[in-house]
Design a protein around this ligand. Structure first.
Ligand code: ATP
Ligand code: MG
Length: 571
């Protein structure tokens, strides 16, 4: 038997107008539906409706963690600076780490993540290989002084995270813990109603070598992705694929062609009557160490900044003066006859191509039929380009699709990074002390809530999936205080509660239009509308929020009808 909530008493101050500061649907709708309020930049209060959804997300997490034997616990939010000094992150973390001092001048950080605290916790008391593997986790507020807190719950300065840490004796065991967490994370996203893809990621600030991010697909996502039905998904920055390239015009012999004023790729391609892909794009840049580089990519692709900076450090494209100094001509740069001291780095996709159309390093001239090895020497082949929609999937070859994503969670293999730095060891079977092999696993709980709204809304408001909806059914009597409708509504509510459904009752003395608008805005999955005429005929009109479908259900069957749909859809 569930209790129900009266809307007249519910603390959910809805807004008629769109709040000006909200750019994202989720931010706008969570504010408008009276679910969150801003306390300060990047700091939000979760009002009762949002909190119910948060609790449901947490319940899914707890269930999945229990299923794989991870143990819930709690460590302090305040983390002593000594631990951060041990790991080397007091300095490395930078201004994102929120630091405070106590009355004695001792320094602490508000935990942005807790590798140090957990490693410190186990280092003296998890002693033997017999106790391993061991995975501990907590669900707790985290603090990061983000440079640009924004988008409401998406990027806060205080946010809710589930963070887990695994301690293993061997790499195999770490791999197993990691795989279990990864699989659990996929299920958690799904059970929370998210469509999310696992994306192989760089390991970033926390470190480690193997890592996957779960990306909830949404047009507003910060990450740019390519993905494929075969299951491949990657950040555009990280995706490595060979782009198909066509050979340029000509018979394979090196030929210099007069191309007056044709410095742009599209003009060159048009001049030769070839797709842009059959030309080669040359970029002159200065690497961090001051050396000069010409980087060449297929004509229809761009040099990827992240990949380039991995190779060249903090590089920049040459200015007009630098080009002149280097003896290069804007629009006519190419691999043949490069000036002394310029390093030639070419994209992997071009390795097998034998007939390049490219600048001739002479104003108003291009070459066709330029061949690596014969006409010029490539100093280095490297993965340089940003992958596009339509490029072949590196796994199966099908054309890649593009999408944007919200990172909702991430799993890392840390290896011995923290255990070595902090001297966290266990005794192996031979009594030899070895550092733990660690993994860490984070879910943005509050970000997940925002991502769910981002994926489940329309022009009228939120449309919660049952699994994380604040309530499952909203009962909307249209004439409160009416002698006929009011007692029927009371009866319906108690039957639904008896059927174990979570019910919100709109008992406010408001016009039907106001109630309908609020119901659509708050987005409870099923609306039970009780009007005079329906009630007289013994039926309720049920509106399915997600589809807009309306069904007349006899009052006597209502509880069963709803339970049949709601219960299987619970997480
Ligand atoms: P981002 O790249 O978005 O800054 P991150 O990779 O730094 O995130 P992690 O250290 O992997 O974040 O933290 C685990 C999870 O915590 C993330 O996957 C994300 O869901 C969530 N998270 C991280 N930063 C924030 C934030 N500022 N506000 C809300 N959730 C966050
Ligand atoms: Mg991350």
């Amino acid at each position: 038997m569930k209790r129900y909530q009266k809307m007249s008493q519910l603390y959910a101050p809805t807004l008629k107008e769109d709040p000006a500061e909200a750019e994202l649907s989720s931010h706008r709708l969570l504010l408008r539906a009276g679910m969150i309020r801003k306390t300060a930049a990047g700091l939000y209060s979760y009002l009762p409706l949002a909190w119910r959804s948060i609790r449901k997300i947490e319940a899914v997490i707890r269930d999945e963690m229990e299923a794989i034997g991870a143990q819930e616990m709690m460590v302090p939010i305040l983390t002593p600076s000594e631990l951060w000094h041990e790991s080397g992150r007091w300095d490395a973390y930078g201004p994102e780490l929120m630091r405070i001092a106590d009355r004695h001048g001792r320094e602490f950080a508000l935990g942005p993540t807790h590798e140090e605290t957990f490693t410190d916790l186990v280092r003296n008391e998890l002693r033997s290989y017999k106790q391993l593997p061991c995975t501990l986790y907590q669900i707790q507020d985290k603090f990061r002084d983000e440079m640009r807190p924004r988008f409401g719950l998406m990027r806060g300065r205080e946010f809710i995270m589930k963070d887990a840490y695994s301690f293993s004796a061997t790499q195999e065991s770490l791999q197993e813990c990691y795989d279990q967490q990864k699989d659990a994370y996929a299920r958690i996203a799904e059970r929370c109603g998210l469509y999310a893809l696992p994306v192989v990621a760089d390991s970033g600030q926390i470190g480690g070598d193997t890592s996957v991010e779960f990306m909830a697909l949404a047009d507003s996502g910060e990450a740019e992705l390519v993905w494929c039905d075969c299951g491949f998904a990657a950040d555009v920055e990280a995706a490595a694929t060979k782009v198909p390239v066509s050979e340029g015009p000509g018979n394979g012999e090196l030929e210099k062609v007069h191309t007056p004023g044709l410095g742009a790729i599209e003009d060159v391609a048009a001049f030769f009557g070839f797709p842009e892909n059959g030309t080669r794009k040359s970029l002159a840049l200065v690497a961090e160490d001051g050396s000069r580089v010409v980087a060449i990519v297929p004509g229809d692709h761009e040099l990827n900044e992240i990949k380039a900076s991995k190779l060249f450090g903090a590089y920049h494209l040459m200015t007009d003066e630098e080009l002149e100094e280097a003896g290069l001509h804007k629009g006519f740069i190419g691999p043949v006859g490069l000036p002394e001291g310029v390093r030639l780095v070419c994209d992997e996709s071009l390795r097998e191509s034998t007939s390049w159309t490219c600048g001739a390093n002479e104003v108003d001239y291009h070459y066709t039929g330029a061949r690596p090895g014969r006409d010029f020497t490539v100093d280095e082949w490297a993965d340089l380009v940003s992958v596009h929609e339509g490029d072949p999937c590196p796994r199966c070859g099908a054309p890649l699709k593009s999408a944007r994503g919200i990172e909702v969670s991430q799993v890392f293999q840390l290896g011995t990074k923290y255990s070595e730095a902090m001297g966290a060891t266990f005794a192996d079977e031979d009594g030899v002390e070895r550092p733990f092999l660690m993994g860490c696993y984070g879910i943005g709980v509050s970000r997940t809530l925002a991502a769910v709204v981002e994926q489940h809304n329309d022009e009228h408001g939120i449309s919660w999936p049952v699994c994380v909806a604040p309530y499952e059914v909203e009962v909307v009597p249209l004439a409160v205080g009416d002698d006929v409708v009011a007692p029927v509504a009371e009866g319906v509510v108690s039957e639904l509660c008896a059927a174990d459904l979570e019910v919100l009752l709109d008992d406010r003395r408001e016009r039907p239009g106001v109630k309908f608008a609020d119901a659509d805005l708050i987005g409870i999955p099923y609306q039970v509308i009780l009007g005079k005429r329906g009630v007289a005929a013994g039926v309720a009109e049920v509106k399915v929020r997600e589809t807009g479908e309306r069904v007349d259900v006899p009052l006597g069957e209502l509880a069963a009808w709803l339970a049949e749909r709601v219960v299987p859809a619970r997480a």
